[in-house]
Design a protein around this ligand. Structure first.
Ligand SMILES: [Zn+2]
Ligand SMILES: [Zn+2]
Length: 328
């Protein structure tokens, strides 16, 4: 008999944080005063697409799931670029996301739409007091780098740097001089180019936490509500293949088949080609073609038996097999 699910007690959102979050949403309205130029709209679109890559390729696939390797300096760049989205520190983001995978759609999940409803899973858990702190134990593999811990604590530094830069460029392009930074020329780029793209990024990212566990289809039995959706994959540069991802979370690609468009993965392949990152983790065949963990284990045995049945039996000294990660 199925047991009744008892949700955890979640505290109400903190008014101060709610107001701050609301104020950010009101910032683009400043364009009613400044107007907006073609350039401002181009900056908005560019900053949305560009920064979505760092959310998915950085916060998510690198810090939360270690789906590829890189150098220490580029790892800092990844964290900095991801944090320009103002979605808090990379260690905070990744630690909570690991928690989500561990307890997906159970009461301990920070943002389960099934248990806590749409608004809580979308924004409530972020503006609430229950998940404010970073659990450094969960993210110990990266918390050993002091520069990442510093950035995690001073998480507003990257978005502030970007906001100032965007305003200066806006002043220069719209107003003809960087000195126009403090005029409507600079501010219109700030309101539309920076703030509007940041808000759209928020809700596209949050949709993965909320509706990606409700809307779409399930290819794999991942023991949770995760779904696959093409249109969410397009909006989020590949994160819409969320059921694939919950089934085998360590892979650098979330579109498992060639027709599952995953722009983040294509960019990661590009970064690998120029040597900035390496060891992109793939999806093993037995995972790809299975329906659930049991079938995956059976397929694995079958494929191994087939591979060992060569015309010339190889003598001893078989390399110990290194399994990158388990299904789950
Ligand atoms: Zn999920
Ligand atoms: Zn994930």
């Amino acid at each position: 008999m199925a047991q009744a699910v008892v949700p955890e007690v979640r505290r109400k959102p903190v008014l101060k944080q709610e107001i701050a979050f609301l104020l950010i949403h009101l910032m683009p309205l400043g364009a009613l005063w400044t107007g907006a130029t073609f350039f401002d709209w181009m900056v908005c679109i560019f900053l949305y697409v560009f920064r979505m890559f760092w959310v998915t390729g950085g916060y998510h696939r690198y810090f939360a799931h270690r789906s590829y390797s890189t150098s220490r300096w580029f790892q800092f760049v990844i964290a900095f670029m991801a944090q320009t989205t103002a979605q808090k520190g990379a260690l905070w983001w990744a630690a909570h996301h690991r928690h989500h995978h561990r307890h997906s759609d159970t009461p301990a999940d920070p943002h389960s739409m099934k248990i806590y409803g749409f608004w809580y899973s979308h924004v409530g858990w972020i503006v609430g007091p229950d998940f404010k702190e970073t659990d450094y134990k969960v993210i110990g593999d990266y918390a050993k780098y002091p520069e990442l811990v510093w950035l995690n604590k001073h998480y507003l530094v990257p978005p502030t740097v970007l906001a100032v830069l965007v305003t200066a460029i806006g002043g220069w392009v719209n107003g003809g001089s960087v000195m126009a930074i403090f005029s409507t020329a600079g501010f219109s780029t700030l309101f539309v180019g920076f703030f509007l793209s940041t808000i759209v990024l928020y809700h596209a990212t949050f949709s993965i936490n909320s509706i990606m566990h409700k809307v779409g289809t399930q290819r794999y039995e991942s023991n949770d509500e995760s779904r696959n959706s093409l249109w969410l994959a397009l909006i989020t540069l590949g994160e819409g293949w969320h059921n694939n991802h919950h089934y085998y979370e360590v892979a650098a690609r979330q579109g498992f088949f060639w027709w599952e468009i995953d722009i983040t993965f294509y960019i990661l392949k590009g970064l690998q080609a120029v040597g900035l990152i390496w060891d992109l983790k793939g999806v093993p065949q037995h995972v790809l073609h299975s329906k659930n963990k049991k079938e995956a284990a059976e397929l694995k045995k079958k494929y191994e038996a087939q591979n060992n049945r060569g015309p010339i039996a190889k003598p001893e000294k078989a390399k110990p097999e290194v399994e990158t990660a388990e299904v789950g």
